[in-house]
Design a protein around this ligand. Structure first.
Ligand SMILES: Cc1cc2nc3c(=O)[nH]c(=O)nc-3n(C[C@H](O)[C@H](O)[C@H](O)COP(=O)(O)OP(=O)(O)OC[C@H]3O[C@@H](n4cnc5c(N)ncnc54)[C@H](O)[C@@H]3O)c2cc1C
Ligand SMILES: *[C@@H]1O[C@H](CO)[C@@H](O)[C@H](O)[C@H]1NC(C)=O
Ligand SMILES: *[C@@H]1O[C@H](CO)[C@@H](O)[C@H](O)[C@H]1NC(C)=O
Ligand SMILES: *[C@@H]1O[C@H](CO)[C@@H](O)[C@H](O)[C@H]1NC(C)=O
Ligand SMILES: *[C@@H]1O[C@H](CO)[C@@H](O)[C@H](O)[C@H]1NC(C)=O
Ligand SMILES: *[C@@H]1O[C@H](CO)[C@@H](O)[C@H](O)[C@H]1NC(C)=O
Ligand SMILES: *[C@@H]1O[C@H](CO)[C@@H](O)[C@H](O)[C@H]1NC(C)=O
Ligand SMILES: *[C@@H]1O[C@H](CO)[C@@H](O)[C@H](O)[C@H]1NC(C)=O
Ligand SMILES: *[C@@H]1O[C@H](CO)[C@@H](O)[C@H](O)[C@H]1NC(C)=O
Ligand SMILES: *[C@@H]1O[C@H](CO)[C@@H](O)[C@H](O)[C@H]1NC(C)=O
Ligand SMILES: *[C@@H]1O[C@H](CO)[C@@H](O)[C@H](O)[C@H]1NC(C)=O
Length: 667
């Protein structure tokens, strides 16, 4: 047994040591000191903001508080053996094999001998400066398990559960994809029949990080004890990547710093840029961009975290048809690695990590604490909305003919930098409805947009279809974005989604386009709800850099999401058939007309078949190799993330959906 494994074992066996139980003290340089965040915790040194980064941007103040070898050596409490539990990874290949053997098949769970005792959680909390939070599920006030029922609070949570994502984002562990979490604590009037509230598939503990040292302490503790580690920023993830039973979670929401550089220079880029903390959300970056007279490539959803999962997954934007993906705008990132080290990832500093972090997925290669991204010039935007529906004068065939007139023109519109966000639904009885909202025309005046769509409107007229287009020109992106994208729903227990990126080749000839269109029509006829985007991922105005973004994004005119809904009170067999229909029937029809194409991981099917190809295409082999190299112990795990095929969840929902409310074990 190597010395590192031995000392880990010793540390685990020696603890708990009761004399520390009540005392807020630790031994530092043989002296017992009061352990609060001004003495020991965060156990970290303040670093010169310029000296320790390879980025042209200086560190944020919350990034200058770092855990270093010197800091650890300083914490010489005898029993903690230089706080072995918090030490960095410094393993030979042999050590890694030995540790993997020692840890066994599964992550460490409550009840396992390696699971930290109360006293270790307490020491951890002291080192963190008191930012460790034991999970109380967000809907707990509706139940008796956690300190009793609070009806007023429960009413508030229930009333706002699905229409106010802000409230969930302020909670350390609440997530959007509750179905995969295991539905272990939802308001009882939403998840009808629920009678108990359990932590279940939520993390056991979350660290509300406000500095880099806390991220490092959490990564080190999780790695050294083989704990399941989760990163939650906002919790928007469709695939429940920001939750997990028995885990320790790093909650990045409070890393909110924003700094604007009028003229930033790094690795060949010169121009305006922002350095943004990992917790900054869309509504905040757009406001900052507006205030500084520039525009930023971000998503549509107001509360999505821009520097977390969004950018890690590639990030599509109302500006993507013009400028490409959000991850294409990244110049450098500050990251805590699986080894616990704090590094810069950029073209010239840890370039492999830099490549992987731009598209390779969240919670896979490290914890990002900030990113420097390019800013774009301020611009006017014209928005347009329409409603297309069957009626007394518009039958189903006419409705679909009008939809097709729109579809045929996708190549023209993406070439013109447009982004159109629309939905199609079956109202029953051969009635259909599609709302355009919004058509987002960057840098277009109203007159220019009217001219662009005139041929389409003429086709609509010829078909006898009136879509009542409403045009509004805005002088700035910020106003257009605010007007165009209302807050979207959150936390449904009665939906599954899946998606496809349709290749440009499908528009190449009439047969292919007909097949594509007929497949889409057929799934809507059978009940699928379509949420689609005419969008380009390659950017008509700029070359895109080499990074890990799914190559399918560079060859598409349409990102198409399908949703299957059900009545949550229906029999399980009914729900299962609605769920299975999505993946194995509707989506298969879309895959059949787009062989070899891909899907956008961040808005994807939880059980996408052959997801490695679909989400990463030709980039997968390199991403997998980098995962082995950068995270050999599997510290980071995310459902459908790179390398996740080496792990399995022990239980399934509806027979085939891995439950985050179960153990994560090696496959
Ligand atoms: C309402 C809504 C609107 C959306 N709109 C868009 C859109 O316009 N364009 C688009 O491309 N996508 C969009 N998405 C999808 C979105 O990109 C993903 O849900 C994304 O995962 C959200 O990232 P987050 O950090 O906010 O969420 P989280 O769920 O907190 O995190 C997502 C993943 O990233 C990881 N992660 C988060 N922060 C970090 C970090 N600092 N370091 C390492 N890993 C991290 C998490 O562990 C998790 O695996 C939307 C989603 C929703 C629900
Ligand atoms: C701490 O105490 C031990 C013995 O108790 C001693 O060997 C060591 O030198 C001391 N370290 C410091 C930094 O004073
Ligand atoms: C220490 O903790 C207190 C209370 O939690 C907080 O107000 C203060 O800002 C923290 N100080 C530092 C340096 O983190
Ligand atoms: C860091 O560098 C910037 C620009 O080079 C400089 O303005 C700033 O004063 C430096 N900060 C410190 C603490 O040295
Ligand atoms: C080690 O601890 C002492 C206080 O006992 C402190 O003065 C010193 O700065 C610490 N060193 C580091 C690297 O944290
Ligand atoms: C603690 O670390 C110091 C410096 O690395 C080392 O000299 C010392 O032996 C360590 N103490 C223990 C108890 O491991
Ligand atoms: C890592 O381990 C090697 C030997 O295994 C040792 O030489 C080196 O000093 C260690 N580095 C750190 C930072 O602890
Ligand atoms: C939350 O629900 C209450 C009603 O219970 C409502 O008054 C309030 O506006 C909702 N939203 C917010 C953000 O408070
Ligand atoms: C959410 O819906 C409730 C009614 O269920 C309403 O009172 C509240 O104002 C809504 N909140 C928002 C932010 O729209
Ligand atoms: C800075 O870049 C050098 C050279 O690429 C690298 O060795 C070093 O680790 C980097 N430092 C950080 C903090 O990323
Ligand atoms: C494509 O579909 C249209 C009807 O929507 C039809 O008129 C046309 O002949 C089809 N073209 C081919 C090549 O199948």
């Amino acid at each position: 047994m190597s010395s590192s494994t031995k000392s880990l074992l010793t540390a685990a066996l020696l603890l708990p040591f009761s004399h520390l139980a009540g005392a807020q003290t630790l031994v530092v340089d043989n002296e017992t000191v009061a352990a609060d965040n001004s003495t020991v915790a965060p156990a970290a040194s303040e670093v010169d903001p310029n000296a320790s980064t390879n980025s042209s941007a200086s560190l944020f103040s919350d990034e200058t508080v770092q855990l270093t070898d010197d800091v650890l050596a300083n914490l010489t409490s005898l029993e903690l053996s230089n706080v072995t539990l918090f030490s960095f990874q410094n393993d030979t290949e042999e050590d890694i094999l030995e540790k993997r053997f020692f840890f066994g098949g599964c992550k460490t769970y409550p009840g396992d001998w390696l699971w930290p005792s109360t006293i270790i959680w307490r020491i951890f909390d002291i080192l963190l400066g008191g930012s460790l939070i034991k999970t109380v599920p967000y809907a707990a006030p509706c139940y008796s398990e956690f300190g009793g029922i609070d009806s007023a609070e429960c009413d508030y949570i229930t009333a706002n559960w699905s229409n106010d994502s802000y409230i969930h984002i302020e909670d350390p562990t609440s997530v959007n994809s509750v179905l995969f979490q295991g539905l272990t604590c939802m308001p009882p009037t939403i998840n009808v029949g629920e009678t108990t509230c359990e932590v279940g598939g939520y993390p056991e503990y979350a660290v509300a990080v406000t500095n880099v040292a806390q991220v490092q302490l959490a990564v080190n503790l999780a790695r050294n004890l083989n704990l399941r580690l989760v990163v939650k920023n906002t919790g928007h993830d469709f695939g429940a990547k920001s939750t997990g039973k028995g885990s320790l979670s790093i909650w990045t929401h409070n890393l909110k710093k924003i700094k604007f550089y009028n003229n930033y220079h790094q690795d060949g880029y010169s121009g305006p840029a922002f350095k943004l903390g990992a917790g900054v959300q869309a509504f905040e970056v757009y406001e900052a961009a507006h205030q500084n007279g520039v525009t930023l490539v971000g998503g549509e959803g107001a509360t999505v975290g821009v520097m977390g999962g969004y950018i890690a997954g590639g990030g599509h934007s109302p500006l993507s048809s013009l400028y490409g993906m959000a991850a294409d705008q990244v110049i450098s990132l500050e990251v805590v690695t699986a080894q616990g080290r704090f590094v810069t990832a950029s073209a010239n500093s840890n370039p492999e990590l830099f490549w992987a972090l731009r598209g390779g997925g969240g919670s896979t290669y490290g914890v990002v604490t900030s990113a420097v991204v390019k800013a774009k010039p301020a611009m006017k935007v014209t928005l347009m909305t329409w409603e297309l529906a069957t009626s007394d004068t518009v039958d189903a065939d006419t409705f679909w003919a009008a939809m097709k007139a729109f579809f045929e023109r996708f190549p023209t519109y993406t070439a013109a930098g447009q982004y159109e966000y629309f939905r199609i639904q079956n109202l029953g009885g051969d009635q259909y409805y599609s709302d355009m909202g919004p058509w987002f025309a960057p840098d277009y005046t109203e007159a220019e947009l009217r001219a662009l769509v005139a041929p389409l409107m003429a086709d609509f007229d010829a078909l006898g279809v009136d879509v009542n287009p409403v045009y509004t020109e805005y002088t700035d992106f910020y106003d257009a974005w605010q007007a165009g994208f209302p807050l979207e729903p959150w936390g449904s227990n009665a939906i599954r989604q899946a998606s496809r990126l349709f290749p440009k080749g499908n528009w190449e000839d009439e047969t292919k386009l007909n097949n594509t269109f007929d497949a889409l029509r057929s799934v809507v006829e059978d009940g699928a709800y379509v949420i689609a985007f005419n969008i380009g991922g390659d950017g008509s105005q700029e070359d895109y850099p080499d990074n890990a973004i799914n190559p399918a994004w560079r060859d598409t005119y349409m990102h198409c999401i399908l949703a299957s809904f059900w009545d949550p009170t229906a029999d399980e067999s009914v729900i299962k058939s609605a769920s299975d229909m999505l993946t194995f029937d509707w989506m298969q029809r879309l895959r059949d007309v787009s062989p070899g194409a891909g899907a956008y991981m961040s808005e994807s099917d939880y059980i996408e078949p052959n997801w490695q190809q679909a989400f990463f295409g030709s980039k997968y082999d390199r991403l997998y190799e980098l995962k082995q190299e950068l995270d050999p112990l599997g510290v980071f795990y995310a459902q459908n993330g790179v390398g996740s095929e080496d792990w399995t969840m022990s239980e399934y929902i509806l027979g085939n959906l891995p439950s985050q409310n179960s153990k994560l074990c090696r496959a």
